[in-house]
Design a protein around this ligand. Sequence first.
Ligand code: NAD
Length: 269
Amino acid sequence: MGLFEGKKGLVFGIANDHSIAWAITEKLYDEGAEMAFTHLPDKDPERPRMERRLRKLVEPRGARIMVPCDVTKDEDIDKVFEIVKEEYGEIDFLLHSIAYAPMDDLKGPVANVSRDGFKLSMEISVYSLIAIANRAQHILKPGGSLLTLSYLGGEKVIPGYNIMGVCKSALENSIKYLANELGPQGIRVNSLSAGPLKTLSSSAVGEFDMMMKLYQTMSPLRKNIIPEDVGKSGMYLLSDLSSGVTGENHHVDSGYHVMGAPPIELQQQ
Ligand code: NAD
């Protein structure tokens, strides 16, 4: 019997089969979970690309609930929770795998970020977790788990990560406050700090190929992570296996974050 047999959840953030949310979802399906999903609303109802891409992935695994949701709109978030409550009543887990910064603001130095670009980046990449936690606390069961995705650029300066690093710092601090507030109800809140993976979002991050090279040569495991690594750890954090873990930022990055200097063989070159 799978670890998630009889468990139900809600997943925000599958754009395509490269999405981190999909890597985690695949593992959850393998363990027997039932899930509802959101996708970005389609601008042209005649050509529903977002919905179609999601449907292609999750329908063969038995998904029935796919709801459009732009997290900058409270009414969209409310609608998602209304539908999920109606269909499932309560849920066991929720995955938030969403981030965005306007390209001009993301590409440039933090010192040049526009007021509007800052607001939108923080709203989508950080406030959305708070807005979702606000609704989720009413339908997550005691013992339930809420997970978001972060990156090392929220703790240390990673050149090229720019304003998204500022957002990830705020996101990582938000999970601590949310963990404290939702903990008395038995709800856990964690983040998973993933190493670089090629996705739609990461293609917008500057120096990305260089980052991948650094992880390959500098991390203790001397390799980049693969989607399955995040899938397995994400499943652990959403499952009862991590029942004593909350307010935690769990690194899945081949150990890169522990290094304070390059490995000795590189220093000797
Ligand atoms: P992705 O592009 O597949 O996922 C990003 C998701 O955010 C998409 O599904 C997109 O639709 C959604 N989104 C953006 N704006 C939205 C809005 N207004 N409303 C609703 N949804 C919106 O890329 P990904 O790499 O899978 O990113 C998922 C998470 O993982 C992000 O938080 C990202 O910062 C984080 N992360 C990624 C990496 C990496 O290297 N890819 C590393 C560490 C952390």
